[in-house]
Ligand binder design. Structure first.
Ligand SMILES: C[S@@+](CC[C@H](N)C(=O)[O-])C[C@H]1O[C@@H](n2cnc3c(N)ncnc32)[C@H](O)[C@@H]1O
Length: 301
């Protein structure tokens, strides 16, 4: 494989990316050319919302080609375009052969939720002190335990389970991703678990991960969630969580618990306001700028 590296300004990033794909690039990725310097710009937006900008002030485009001839031909044709005078070829270099499986695996280690509760990839042995273990490998769906939002939900489950698990006769995991929260709840005594997601890949992943962990649950689209649950977990993001407020609160059984994650510290007030007609949300945990908010619908703010 040959990697062609180009430098382009913000206004040309889309045009150059499209042109590279037209010129038979196998893939094109875009990075901030100023990453790691004082000029680095953070660009992020929530899913479902347009990105704040089309690209960085100076972007590096990495295009992969199967051969050097293909990369050279693409660069020549691209630079001949009338709009390409400000596009520069930075490098054309072979991509070193790697054991991609081993490289990916080396990035995932056992994750401690509590000293007794761990997430462990299948290529690792569980630590000796682990009493409850979710075996999970990274896949297409979100939720490997490496993100603070997932860890806070699991920590809440582990901490509350001794007192509350007997009441978890039904549990709803709304936005289940890999199914990690549903499986975590099952390992702590929850029964009759419904795990729902708008993404078919997440539903498939949840079913597979549940089976691999010997957990019985129902996974499906959001319509699968019916009636009330003593525990409703939703690790999504602030914007969808606000839109879902009446629906999620409507699924919590009287006296039940609502656990919300995917919320940044600065979004606490807007979330509390959105949920105020149904319950008072409190910040129950925080990690790396993310917060966990919990509430008990039926006690209006
Ligand atoms: C951040 S991931 C959380 C995955 C997992 N529950 C965890 O805690 O790691 C959010 C998941 O919510 C799903 N999702 C987003 N919006 C949704 C919606 N309106 N209804 C149901 N699921 C949604 C996404 O497809 C994604 O799988």
């Amino acid at each position: 494989m040959i990697e062609l590296l180009l430098l382009a300004g913000e206004d040309l990033v889309d045009t150059v990316s499209d042109a590279l794909m037209e010129l038979d690039a196998l893939s094109v990725s875009v990075e901030d050319a100023d990453a790691g310097t004082e000029a680095e710009q953070a660009l992020f937006g929530e899913p479902g919302l347009p990105p704040p900008k089309g690209g960085w002030g100076r972007s590096t485009l990495r295009a992969l080609f199967p051969t050097e001839e293909a990369a050279t031909e693409a660069a020549t044709l691209l630079l001949a375009q009338p709009w390409a005078s400000e596009v520069h070829v930075v490098a054309m270099q072979p991509v070193p052969d790697q054991d991609w499986v081993r490289l990916t695996q080396s990035q995932f280690h056992p994750v401690e939720i509590t000293p007794e509760f761990w997430i462990v990839p299948t290529w690792h042995e569980p630590p000796a002190q682990a009493r409850r273990v979710i075996r999970l490998d990274p896949g297409l769906a979100f939720g490997t335990g490496t993100h603070p939002t997932t860890r806070m939900c699991l920590r809440w489950i582990a901490q509350q389970a001794p007192a509350l698990a007997p009441s978890w006769q039904r549990v709803l995991d709304y936005g289940c991703g890999s199914g990690i929260l549903a499986i975590g709840a099952a390992l702590h005594g929850a029964q009759a678990i419904d795990a729902v997601d708008i993404d078919p890949a997440a539903i498939e992943s949840t079913q597979a991960n549940a089976q691999a962990n010997g957990v019985t649950l129902r996974a499906g689209p959001p319509e699968l969630a019916q009636g009330r649950y003593p525990l409703v977990l939703a690790n999504i993001l602030a914007t969808p969580l606000k839109l879902l407020a009446p629906l999620l609160c409507g699924h919590v059984a009287p006296g039940g618990h609502l656990v919300l994650a995917g919320i940044l510290e600065r979004q606490a007030d807007e979330l509390a306001e959105a949920y105020a007609p149904w319950c008072r949300l409190e910040v129950s945990d925080q990690e790396d700028g993310w917060i966990l908010m919990t509430g008990r619908p039926g006690t209006p703010a």
